[in-house]
Ligand binder design. Structure first.
Ligand SMILES: [Zn+2]
Length: 408
């Protein structure tokens, strides 16, 4: 196998927030084989000179929807999945070219899309997927208009959710996703902004159903991620054993001790709400969605501040869809009002890797880790904004040892 040596590298370590200058990184078989000064490879090694720039691990976005490719999400649910996949392929490539080498899909992306990336049919980040999100009848993932009765249970309709009610049905829904190789299970613990018939302040699924979902996921050695806004919904989820809370815009201090007790992660996704608010101001959102948005938009930064001050493990997430995926790096800028650059970098590297249960393998430049690395012009530890202009600042993108961009 070809060895690649990235030399003259200032290697960024997220956990210590330090740089090791004058390093070389040796890559072989898709993994980092060695890191140190003065490494040399065999005579046929590919040499990449980083020119003393910063070499950092590839970024992880832990809340994405590459398969939600159109504004009209309800209409999209009736499209042919082959067409959705073709458009998702372009979204995935965009993510990779922004420096995201791994993503956690939070619903709608499936095992076929992940496999297409893994086998090189699509250029994109490595996908950790959940398949369909579990939703109760009339819950946030039930995308039927209230007047519609028929529910198409066919798995390959590009809708985000699978409707399941009662302990037996939720167990089957989890087992179906496990059968398709899900890395985690996603469940709606509350209403959503973009759903046609529920309230954002509702709680969803019974305690018995949540317990059954967590039990089935745990049996398969995977975990549950929960969508929730209010502490009422968050706390029910945490007590049931949900491992990550997504969004949490309306969280209050009552959730903090539960996060700590259960070792749970917090995944805010503020950029998607700011993007939706901008579209509302431009008159581009349906009135009912705009009204729901009003309930959650103001709380988002306050919830982040609460979590940051309590030192919760906070992970990078964006939750963008359709034409807004190009805002994916803006979450760094929004969060920088609360969090220093080192915390932001950890959110998208080492802390995200812990959530994914891939610590040591993702989010670090170290022997044995997957060879996902970026060469950056500028120091993101000083100014996080250098990560947000990849067209000019991102000089090299490597995933699994393969180079997707090289402007060195
Ligand atoms: Zn989402």
């Amino acid at each position: 196998m070809t060895v690649t040596i990235v030399r003259n590298a200032s290697v960024l370590d997220p956990d210590s927030a330090t740089l090791a200058e004058g390093q070389a990184v040796a890559v072989e078989n898709g993994r980092i084989a060695d890191v140190g000064p003065g490494l040399t490879g065999p005579g046929d090694a590919v040499i990449v000179d980083a020119g003393n720039r910063i070499v950092m691990p590839g970024l992880i976005d832990a809340h994405t929807h590459p398969a939600i490719v159109d504004e009209d999400v309800f209409g999209m649910a009736e499209w042919p999945p082959s067409y959705v996949a073709a458009r998702a392929g372009r979204v995935l490539r965009g993510m990779l070219m922004r420096g995201f080498t791994s993503i956690r899909d939070a619903g709608a992306g499936d095992h076929g899309l992940a496999r297409a990336v893994e086998e090189g049919y699509f250029d994109g980040p490595r996908m950790f997927y959940c398949g369909k999100q579990l939703t109760q009848t009339g819950g946030a993932g039930d995308w039927r208009a209230p007047s519609r009765v028929v529910y198409d249970r066919h798995y390959y309709t590009p809708a985000i959710g699978v409707i399941c009610d009662g302990v037996a049905e939720v167990r089957r829904a989890v087992r179906e996703e496990v059968r398709r190789g899900a890395h985690h299970i996603k469940v709606y613990l509350s209403g959503a902004v973009d759903s046609p018939s529920d309230r954002v302040d509702s709680t969803q699924f019974s305690v018995e159903e949540l317990a059954a979902i967590v039990e089935e996921a745990t049996a398969a050695n995977i975990y549950v991620a929960g969508h929730a806004y209010t502490s009422r919904a968050i706390n029910r989820g945490l007590r049931a054993g949900v491992r990550s809370i997504e969004h949490g815009n309306l969280m209050d201090a009552s959730s903090i001790p539960l996060f700590k007790e259960f070792g749970a992660f917090y995944v805010p996704t503020i950029v998607t709400y700011q993007t939706l608010a901008e579209r509302a101001r431009a008159g581009l959102l349906p009135a009912d969605i705009e009204a729901k948005l009003g309930h959650v938009i103001d709380g988002a930064l306050g919830a982040l501040e609460l979590a940051h001050k309590a030192d919760l493990p906070i992970v990078y997430g964006t939750d963008l869809f359709a034409g807004t995926h190009d805002q994916q790096l803006r979450e760094f800028i929004i969060r920088s009002a609360i969090q220093p650059p080192a915390d932001l970098i950890r959110a998208a590297t080492t802390t995200a890797a812990r959530l994914l249960r891939r610590e040591g393998e993702l989010g670090v430049i170290a022997p044995g880790a997957l060879a996902d690395l970026l060469v950056i012009d500028g120091n993101p530890l000083d100014d996080i904004r250098v990560l947000t202009t990849p067209d000019t600042r991102l000089k090299l993108i490597m995933k699994d040892g393969k180079i997707y961009k090289n402007e060195l």
